[in-house]
Design a protein around this ligand. Structure first.
Ligand code: SAH
Length: 345
């Protein structure tokens, strides 16, 4: 059994205290902390300004559970997918998406997912565990490096739209974002980070109460309960009226516009009634709608609606002064697009 502690579970103060307790200077804690986070050291040997004895002492007491990028796939559209191996051998995926002058990292928050959205490939993987803050951070750091390598500039945006439900791993996701935004980590602005949720009302309220500074996206896909429950069965327990109330609380506290992700499927949500329900839902709080293209996941039940229906959605939303964008998916040829992450490699 490995009794060594994960050194990145310690706060900076705890690390400083550790050195003082071991007869060294608190400042050594700062140096090691910098290696662990902003310099992303994989091993204690990497810490070249720390003495050999100190490195050995750290080695005897701690482990660094750094992720390893197991394989990298590049799509013809420039999208890059990393299969990431965790310290216990489990695999998650993260994606680098280049768009114009920007690069976006799409990261995972759990191994598998406990939700059961019928149209999503990740939902077919059992949820194995939550990711730790450092495992989330490492995915971003790895993609930042790839962004520099392939595109010559740093990562510009992060979306929590990989595997898992971020709000069901609330504390670790928030801790990771703290590190990503801290000058001691990657120093990114929270305005460039979006957390996407299938809509867990209690946790959306908690985000609001915690006054987070990042953006919120909700995978809505239907604004009529019966329709939503059919394709996202957990909606039965988190119905739209609870979601509405949570989003009102979110907006009251943060004044931050919500993004709704919405796919239009043939025979599922392609009627006038579906569109009008969405329009009504969009009036509750300031928002915008991203209509996303469906990525088939070898399942005959879901088919993208006809272009005319999408056009109707756009024109009716716009007629009602609702901002709407159409999002094309990227990286389909390498199973890196929305809802396709299922460790297929
Ligand atoms: N659990 C969170 C984070 C995952 S985000 C959430 O649901 O928001 C992944 C996004 O891709 C979600 O908006 C999801 O609804 C969407 N998605 C899932 N399967 C898809 C598919 N086959 N095609 C296109 N988008 C899909």
């Amino acid at each position: 059994m490995n009794l060594k502690k994960d050194i990145r579970a310690l706060t900076k103060d705890q690390l400083r205290d550790f050195f003082v307790e071991n007869g060294d200077k608190a400042f050594r804690g700062n140096q090691v902390y910098e290696w662990l986070w902003s310099k992303s050291a994989h091993t204690f040997e990497d810490m070249t300004n720390i003495s050999k004895e100190t490195r050995e002492m750290l080695q005897n007491n701690f482990v660094i559970n750094h992720i390893e990028v197991d394989s990298i796939q590049r799509s013809s559209d420039g999208t890059v997918k990393n299969a990431v191996r965790l310290h216990d051998g489990l695999i998650v995926e993260s994606v680098l998406i280049p768009t114009g002058t920007r690069t976006t990292a799409c990261v995972s928050s759990q191994v598998g997912c406990s939700l059961d959205c019928l149209f999503c490939a990740t939902a077919r993987l059992k949820k194995m565990r939550n990711l730790n803050p450092d495992e989330i951070y490492d995915q971003v750091a790895a993609i930042n490096k790839e962004s520099l390598l392939y595109y010559n500039h740093k990562l510009s945006n992060i979306v929590f739209m990989g595997m898992g439900e971020p709000l069901m791993n609330y504390n670790n996701v928030l801790k990771a974002i703290d590190k990503i935004t801290s000058p001691e980590g990657l120093g990114m602005s929270p305005k460039r980070i979006t957390v996407s949720t299938s809509g867990v009302p209690k946790m959306i309220k908690k985000l609001a109460d915690d006054e987070v500074k990042f953006n919120l996206a909700v995978s809505l896909h239907a604004a009529i309960d019966e329709v939503r429950t059919k394709i996202m069965p957990f909606n039965e327990n988190f119905p739209l009226k609870d979601l509405k109330e949570a989003l009102e609380h979110w907006y009251a506290k943060t004044s931050s516009r919500v993004t709704y992700e919405y796919i239009v499927w043939k025979g599922i949500n392609d009627t006038r009634e579906d569109i009008m329900a969405l329009v009504k839902f969009c009036k509750y709080v300031p928002c915008k709608v991203n209509l996303i293209e469906y990525n088939p996941i070898d399942d005959g039940d879901f088919k993208q609606a006809k272009p005319q229906v999408i056009t109707d959605y756009i024109s009716i939303l716009e007629m009602n002064d609702i901002i709407v964008n159409v999002r094309r998916s990227r990286g389909k040829d390498i199973d890196a697009a929305c809802g396709q992450l299922a460790n297929k490699s």
